[in-house]
Design a protein around this ligand. Sequence first.
Ligand SMILES: [Zn+2]
Length: 320
Amino acid sequence: MHMKELSIPDKVLSLECLLRRLPETHPRYPEVQADYARFLKGYRGEKAVKYYLDFLSDKKYCLFHSLRLPSGKYHFQVDYLIITSRYALILECKNFFGTLFFDETFNQMIRTANEKEEGFQDPISQAKWHQQQLKNWLHSHHISLPIDYFVVISNPSTIVKTTPQNRQALKKVIHGHSLLNKIAEMDQMYRTEILDSRGMRKINKQLMRSHVEEKFDALGKYSLKTNQILTGVQCPECGQIPMIRHRGKWFCSSCGVKDKNAHASAVQDYFHLVNETITNKQFRDFVHLESEDTAKRLLNAINLPTIGTNKGRKYLKPRG
Ligand SMILES: [Zn+2]
């Protein structure tokens, strides 16, 4: 059963907006671009792993994508969590190309690609740390379920290496295509039924209830102010910002396209970059519109949830 479906992470969507609205000449542009590429790659790796997970029986396995649970003052987030009646399984997905070497002595992962060596945090230590935190979470909810983990390398052409002594890496680092076999091995290993169907429902409900969505503040992350990004409606055809309001439509002076609804994407961009609510005045400033009545009509037509009335009305980012 898919309890929490795979979806494009908020940080990928926010950075995609930021790249469209930050002038390419801005000194932080390359950094935003690099972060965007990295987050997108991570998401694509998770999506590739999902292909295999879709083969699992809905009845036996409950699947959570990007579950983020509290752990003391902090949170921890696992790429995939699988709950069964006999065990829980954490999957850390890694989407790397090149050759990965797992170094047990220094708890490090070294990636060699294009004749360049780079060190990364060891995903095995990361998975074990998540295992420990999940154990604490289960304990605090009076559930005792064994927890296991795998580091899943999503790119089939990535070469994985380690020393023959590094049993952990040999056992725990796997390629996506062997995931289903490894889960079958887990099923053989954990044979004691711990949760009945009621217990399963309960833990799934509690996990969903404890999940805290990560707030990603794209402007804050790069110390950007709203006046440093390009405001205005963006042309859906050529990407030009801003479009001009003319005879009830948005007009692009660059490619000549006319569009009735282009402001709706600008509101989405505002939600991703500036704030999760927007007032009539903020909307007018952001899309370069003068008429309060027009702004009201356009905003109402997008059908967003609202709070407050008249001048105090705020339009809200839709949930989920
Ligand atoms: Zn255009």
